[in-house]
Write a protein that binds this ligand. Structure first.
Ligand SMILES: Cc1cc2nc3c(=O)[nH]c(=O)nc-3n(C[C@H](O)[C@H](O)[C@H](O)COP(=O)(O)O)c2cc1C
Length: 365
């Protein structure tokens, strides 16, 4: 039952429910000496806030983070860092009908089957609000990785049938969807307007690119880097598939077009292409890591849907309340956070992979 923690050396535990008093995370294993303040974390939380455009729910989540422990005089102390975000906009009455029936596409039915009892307010633990703790913890991981020159670029690749074809890094933060292509963002807006008119929702794809990752991260065989990334991203609600590099496309390629050649450029070994998305044999190969998370359409829609009550009676369900027509823009920073947590943990695990490194660290002349 206890599966709210992630990581082996950089361990993150998230806690809290949608309509509880607060949500948060405990980060255990963060080295001492990292400069950290609430503003560092707040900047990340603000990226997943609702109410930022007409395509995200108007529910007003203040989402102000408090650091309760593990930081002293602006630096981490090496002790557990406890992060808390109080819930301030909990209108439970919007969710009254889900206490007795199962919303299609949600976790209500399976929670009841497993535990026999559930916090039905706003989906409880299965709510997208749970990702608040992930994002807060991920902000620390990103900051830590920055110290090593590792950087992230995460954006919306597609919404419904609209795919970003152009790429402008500046554009990502200039539109409501975090799309790197202004024209595609406009078309995505038109598509979502249509969905909203039809009381329907849309899905999409988030792409995360990570640069300057050293080669060798990832632990064959069950801790392969691609396997851990897949687990991390699939653990986010609404993610239904994960791709690495060419992903689904590899099935239609040939060995000759899928293989990445190697070359030596002035003593540095690089690859001639990156179909593998930066991971070979379950370990980072030093090139850009490319991940994609496929997100399903928002399950809460205001169309009448067929379901059953807890007692097994058939019911025509109408869901009222505030829901995004698309989850993707708010999940962009969640994907980045989970990728950063995965990489930080892999980095720390890798430190004991080679005797010569251990001797270099501890050895006495
Ligand atoms: C950041 C984020 C925000 C979400 N917001 C909503 C939402 O507003 N409405 C909704 O119906 N589902 C939302 N979800 C998705 C549901 O939580 C999720 O689909 C549901 O718990 C069922 O889990 P599954 O899709 O993984 O099977 C959100 C998910 C994430 C990651």
């Amino acid at each position: 039952m206890g599966k709210s923690s992630f990581g082996n050396k950089f361990i993150v535990t998230t806690w809290g429910e949608s309509h509880g008093k607060a949500l948060g995370a405990v980060v255990d294993g963060c080295p001492a000496g990292l400069s950290l303040c609430e503003e560092d974390i707040q900047a990340f939380l603000d990226r997943r806030k609702p109410g930022q455009s007409r395509y995200t729910t108007t529910r007003k989540e203040g989402d102000l983070v408090e650091i309760l422990s593990g930081v002293f005089e602006g630096r981490t102390t090496g002790t557990p860092i406890s992060l808390m975000v109080r819930n301030t906009d909990q209108r439970s009455r919007d969710y009254g009908n889900i206490a007795y029936s199962y919303r299609p596409g949600h976790a209500d039915y399976t929670y009841d089957q497993k535990y026999g009892f559930r916090d039905y307010r706003g989906g409880g633990r299965s709510s997208g609000r749970e990702t608040t703790g992930r994002v807060a913890a991920g902000a620390i991981a990103v900051k830590l990785l920055q110290e090593l020159g590792i950087s992230f670029c995460t954006y919306t690749k597609s919404i419904g049938p609209v795919t970003a074809e152009a790429f402008s890094k500046e554009e990502i933060n200039a539109n409501a969807f975090y799309m790197p292509d202004a024209q595609a963002a406009e078309k995505a807006g038109e598509y979502l307007e249509q969905c909203m008119k039809n009381h329907d929702s849309a899905g999409g794809v988030i792409e995360c690119r990570i640069n300057n990752v050293p080669a060798g991260l990832g632990d064959p065989v069950f801790g392969k880097l691609d396997a851990v990334f897949a687990q991390a991203l699939m653990s986010i609600g609404a993610v239904k598939a994960v791709e690495i590099g060419d992903g689904f496309q590899v099935t239609s390629l040939n060995g000759s077009t899928d293989n990445d050649g190697f070359c030596n450029e002035n003593g540095v070994i690089t690859k001639t292409s990156n179909h593998a998305g930066g991971i070979l044999g379950g370990m980072s190969d030093g090139s850009e890591i490319i991940l994609r998370a496929h997100i399903k359409p928002t399950p809460s829609i205001s169309q009448v849907q067929q379901t059953v009550t807890k007692d097994g009676e058939n019911l025509s369900l109408e869901i009222h309340g505030r829901h995004d027509p698309v989850i993707v823009p708010r999940a962009v920073v969640v994907v980045e956070a989970m990728a950063a947590l995965t990489l930080t943990d892999a980095l720390f695990q890798n430190m004991s992979a080679r005797l010569d490194n251990i001797v270099k660290f501890y050895g006495r002349d």
